[in-house]
Design a protein around this ligand. Structure first.
Ligand code: ARG
Length: 474
């Protein structure tokens, strides 16, 4: 460490009373969080206002002191907003930067704000407030994406495409049905995010450092003022656990995982070999060397960002592991992963919400692909079952017919009736309806099935659930 770094260090810290020498300048930088937790300034100021108002209501602060504090915090909010606030590393974090500045502006009264609280309950409150707002922003984009998916599904209830297992053509499905599968994944993600929001929505203020406070505080008042459903129940737990951040990261990781699956399909579908959909140019980029290239960057990047969100989940889990009660400085490390988790997930959802409604399905390419690969082989087997064959025998018969077609480079529906009858005598001329793609999808006509009728109803029901959601935001 250089001499100048040493002399930079000061004893100006708000906790400086018991210290005999200045903090080492590197340690000061190492332990500081103001460079990233300043993001919490709006929540910190709201929390301080609620706390000060409660102190005044309880006669712990005078009305005049409250007015001074309110004015001082308003000035600080403005300074921060306009980028004029002097963030200082020697003031460690967002909480002490704001408190010290308050005392600079309003004098002695500023020093009374911290009565009956600690940075430990303060930061636990700030992050909850921030995450609650962040979840609302994230679920807003999630809802927008789901709406786009459901509308595209409603336009494609009878667009036939191959359904895949093992990425091999399996059975014909409708594009609308495929899209509504995406919607189901996202709907569960929405539920998980709302559950997380509900669980975190309790107010830690009053827990103070860990054991509560000797002042006659009113925890119901601060909780209500900040929009929490109730105060937390245990002071030790309030200041120490970051399970809500982990829970959010887990929900985010699953959401990102679902987005990555959609992304992967879009990458496959836009390839020259598939050409199932076109992504408008504004969501793609080109290559600096290959003039013909149009790359599906947005889906690829969304797919890639899943790794980043999974990483944050691991970071948060590992950070929390084996921490003894109550607060430990380790918890300062919760912020960067959590912040980035929110930004990354929000951006991915936003990109998809913008892009998905603009996707152009290529119906001819989808149908052609479904015509290859014997997609209606199961329909033929089911047909034979209806004619009295046990399914396992029907499977065998159709397997032989498929092998014959592979040898003769043709499709099942190209075989003549007499040829088909060589595989099984019960086959009749009505078999050809069963072998069409339209017949195949229409036949799967039960709730959860791929028939156009069912998909139309499923899209309408999904749309209704989304409308109800938007009419009843938390
Ligand atoms: N910057 C700290 C954090 O983010 C605030 C709480 C610090 N409390 C303490 N006693 N050092 O966790």
């Amino acid at each position: 460490m250089s001499q100048s770094e040493k002399s930079e260090a000061t004893t100006s810290a708000l906790w400086g009373g018991r210290f005999g020498e200045a903090t080492d300048a590197f340690v000061q930088r190492f332990t500081a969080s103001q460079q990233f937790d300043r993001l919490l300034a709006p929540q910190d100021i709201r929390g301080s206002l609620a706390h000060a108002r409660m102190l005044a209501a309880q006669d712990i602060l005078s009305a005049g002191e409250l007015t001074e504090i309110e004015a001082g915090l308003a000035t600080i909010a403005e300074e921060i907003d306009q980028g004029r606030f002097d963030w200082r590393v020697d003031r460690e974090d967002v909480h002490m930067n704001i408190e010290a500045r308050l005392t600079e502006i309003i004098g002695e009264t500023g020093k009374k704000l911290h009565t009956g609280r600690s940075r430990n309950d303060q930061v636990a409150t700030d992050i909850r407030l921030w995450l609650r707002e962040s979840i609302d922003a994230v679920t807003g984009e999630l809802t927008r994406l789901q709406s786009g998916i459901v509308e595209l599904a409603a336009e494609n209830t009878d667009t036939v495409m191959p359904g895949f297992t093992h990425l091999q053509v399996a059975q014909p499905i409708t594009f609308g049905h495929h899209l509504l599968a995406w919607n189901e994944m996202l709907e569960r993600d929405f539920g998980r995010l709302q559950d997380c929001r509900d669980r975190l929505n309790q107010c830690p203020l009053g827990a103070a450092a860990l054991a509560g406070t000797t002042f006659n505080i009113d925890r119901e008042q601060t909780a209500a003022a900040l929009g929490f459903t109730q105060p937390t129940r245990n002071s030790l737990d309030s200041v120490s656990d970051r399970d809500f951040a982990i829970e959010f990261a887990a929900a985010a990781a699953l959401t990102a995982t679902h987005l990555s699956r959609m992304a992967e399909e879009l990458v496959i579908w836009t390839s020259a070999q598939f050409q199932f959909v076109t992504i408008p140019d504004r969501f793609c980029t080109g290559s600096s060397i290959m003039p013909q290239k149009k790359n599906p960057d947005v889906p690829e990047l969304v797919r890639g960002k899943t790794g980043r969100i999974n990483g944050h989940l691991m970071a948060l889990l590992t950070l929390m592991k084996a921490q003894p009660l109550a607060y430990n400085k380790d918890n300062q490390e919760d912020k960067e992963p959590l912040f980035d988790c929110v930004t990354t997930l929000y951006d991915c959802l936003r990109a998809f919400a913008d892009m998905v409604p603009a996707l152009k399905p290529n119906r001819a390419a989808m149908v052609n692909a479904a015509l290859e690969g014997f997609a209606t082989a199961t329909d033929l087997a089911d047909y034979l079952v209806r004619r009295g064959l046990p399914f396992r025998d029907a499977h065998e018969v159709v397997g032989r017919a498929v092998a014959h077609c592979v040898d003769h480079d043709c499709r099942l529906e190209d075989l003549s009736l007499p040829t088909l009858q060589e595989f099984h005598g019960s086959i009749d001329s009505d078999v050809f309806e069963v072998l069409t793609l339209e017949g195949s999808v229409a036949a799967r006509n039960h709730p959860g099935g791929t028939s156009p009728l069912q998909v139309k109803a499923a899209a309408a029901a999904a749309r209704e659930r989304l409308t109800a959601r938007q009419a009843d935001p938390r």
